[in-house]
Design a binder for this molecule. Sequence first.
Ligand code: SF4
Length: 314
Amino acid sequence: MKYVFGPVSSKRLGQSLGVDLLPPKSCSWNCVYCQLGKTKKFVTERQEFFPREEILEEIREAIAANTSLDWITFVGSGETMLYKGVGWLIGEVKKFTSTPVAVITNGSLLYLPEIREELLQADAVLPSLNAGSETLHIQIDRPASGLTFRQHVDGLIAFRSIYIGQLWLEVMLLGGINDSNEALYDLADVVKEINPDMVHLVLPTRPAPEQDVHIPSEERIEQAIAILSTVTTVVHPVKGTMDLRSAPDMLKAVSAIISRHPVQQRELQKAIADCFPGDNDKVSAVMQDMLATARFKLVDHGGEPYWVMKDPSN
Ligand code: SF4
């Protein structure tokens, strides 16, 4: 499948079918922690990058093949809402399934009324908020010129004022960057203004090709939870896991996931082991065969081996 990948499982969204609407990498930001590498050219204009009917057909097929999905998640190799037609796709998907729809977005385009309107149909929207000040927004998110911090926050506030679904802000906590008390209190002030249903605190557990970013200490994570909990509910989701058991072509399924984010070798091994219970030789052979395709390479991140695509733009 070209647009649909997974399902992947996570504490936040259970069994989630991913739908990627963008050619890599199309983004309005250039985050220091981005797993897709540097944003070579900013994209801020919305386009229908791929025919919407083709995407819809793939979603229809994937839903027919996966009966135990908890969510359908629109997410992109970049900023999801740059795809012109997200609203149409959500509306069409809702005609043939009752599985709820989530949209993961950096939120940078929420200042546009048309974006807010399209997202009203989603059951959950997960925008990024990594900073409580313009300075840290520029340092972490490195937005395209013309996209300001205040515009970002005002877009989120305007959306919250009309949206009755679940608004879950995603905060990437970076060691030594936005984990000081000052940064966290600034962030809490902004979160309070936005009034989300929840904050999901996430960590840079996967390697970022462009810049070395660090996981904060346990003490800083606890402090972030304590400070942000004064203004909203904070959850600290555990890392997602892969489920390959219903994948008709394992190599394709693994490529589809790894081309969107690096995968810890342990996690991949476990997902393959779940497909061949008790047959360790088979698991090793499958992994060796995958490496022999020369699509993937191993990189070290915090002492853990991760699988990444050899060419992240593939
Ligand atoms: S918003 Fe997402 S895709 Fe865009 S640069 Fe940041 S992490 Fe990467």
